[in-house]
Design a protein around this ligand. Sequence first.
Ligand SMILES: *[C@@H]1O[C@H](CO)[C@@H](O)[C@H](O)[C@H]1NC(C)=O
Ligand SMILES: *[C@@H]1O[C@H](CO)[C@@H](O)[C@H](O)[C@H]1NC(C)=O
Length: 493
Amino acid sequence: MSLRTIFLNGLIALPVGLALPAPQMGDYGENKGPVGGVKPPTPTVTSTSGSLYGDSSFLGGNAPLPDPDKSDSAIVDDPEYVNGQDADADLGLYLDFDDTEVPQPIRGGLGATDPGPRTYEYEKLNPDLYAPPGTDTGDVPNAMWPLGLSHNRHGSQAGAGWARQQNQAVLPQATAMAGVDMRLGPNAYRELHWHTASEWSLITKGCVRVAAINEEGKSFIDDVCAGDVWFFPAGVPHSLQAMDKGVEFLLVFDQGDFSEDETFLVSELFLRNPVSVLAKNFKTDTSAFDKKPTDQLYIFNGTPAPKDIEKQNITSSAGAIYGKDSYTYHWSLQEPHTVPGGSVKIIDPTTFPIAEGFSAALVVVQPGALREIHWHTTSDEWSYFLQGSARVTVFKAPESARTFDFTAGGVGYIPVGNSHYVENTGTEDLIFLEVLQATKFSDVSVAQWLALTPKQVVKDHLGFSDELIDSLPKEKEFIKTGDVNMTAIADED
Ligand SMILES: *[C@@H]1O[C@H](CO)[C@@H](O)[C@H](O)[C@H]1NC(C)=O
Ligand SMILES: *[C@@H]1O[C@H](CO)[C@@H](O)[C@H](O)[C@H]1NC(C)=O
């Protein structure tokens, strides 16, 4: 076979024959955004001395006045600045603090140097919090949680996997949805379970076999891989087993206070019912339960599933779940809608009817480009960053705005009606997921809104030139292209 090359997302040429990521799915590894470290000094104190309290002669009024000339200085010598830092603060240019060892919280002359204490890495990762655009004002609840700050719960056996979560405990305003990032090693299981929330999932790496039954005794089994989606309604018991190369997936739940640690586990069901009742229920002797687990299994290693899925397909007289009731959607097979600057694809009950309240868009934004300013009319947005770095300004009535920075593994949460954009601030494609609690994925594009508003009205409100008004796009563009150099505009003034 000749080594032909094809273009993925119109960007990367890859030889056919190598395993290609599914459309819009990246080859994730370490985030390529800013990374670094701080080197604390080694402690030198080896013995006890001194007293815990000071003398009353140190009280103000008793104590001698200090000599400021001989006292500690809070001057920061030779502060370094990055491109765009001296530009007008309202331009809100993206400040790439990776270009300096020690960032300073200054923008357009406002702010001042920072003598510390501080941890540079947080500031490099969050330049828009540290040196906010001049347009940021007022109070906006936190809209960002990096899963890298979540406790990672390990499975019960070596190599079996782990899970880390975001819920209201760490992101208080995220009342409508919560998320979990779960890893299962080769052939490992997420223990058989159910929960009171509905579960929507996007597989980010590898493949997994899923199985479930519904209230009518209809059964379902399927194999799904990176880029595919599953959905289990509240209460539907399900099984997840990684295929032999392991899997990682993202779970989104329709309860903001959902906790991965509070699901109904099959091991617990057997531990929390009298053994005599178990024997009666399963029409057997009590000794049949001698080998039941003594604790939660949670995430644990399994025997490899047969390759032939039919060997694990069990149906009752009610038959199998299929068609519009299917619990999976092979979303990786859908090519995205490509627009200048990136691509978008949507999954909602239009094509995946069982996932009643879940509507999502997977968006790729090329370097320099922007997911346009928009808002959602009926739902909060839960978002997840799969690759790259981005920033988002949340505008909240009245009179408030705040800009948050995101890197791969970050969760975003934007309340209904709050306008926002997602700007690629890095040098690689930005890939992120927007999830709504809605029966259809929808948004209001501010550019389209103004394009479809009488021209005179727009002009009277905003003072736009006729040229700009004529250029407004009547069709929704989703993404806007832009200069890869995020500070180039500073020179245009
Ligand atoms: C499982 O069996 C049912 C009934 O025979 C069939 O309709 C369904 O397609 C099978 N599922 C798979 C994944 O093969
Ligand atoms: C971006 O533009 C600024 C302003 O023109 C310039 O100083 C800077 O060198 C440019 N950066 C790159 C990476 O080209």
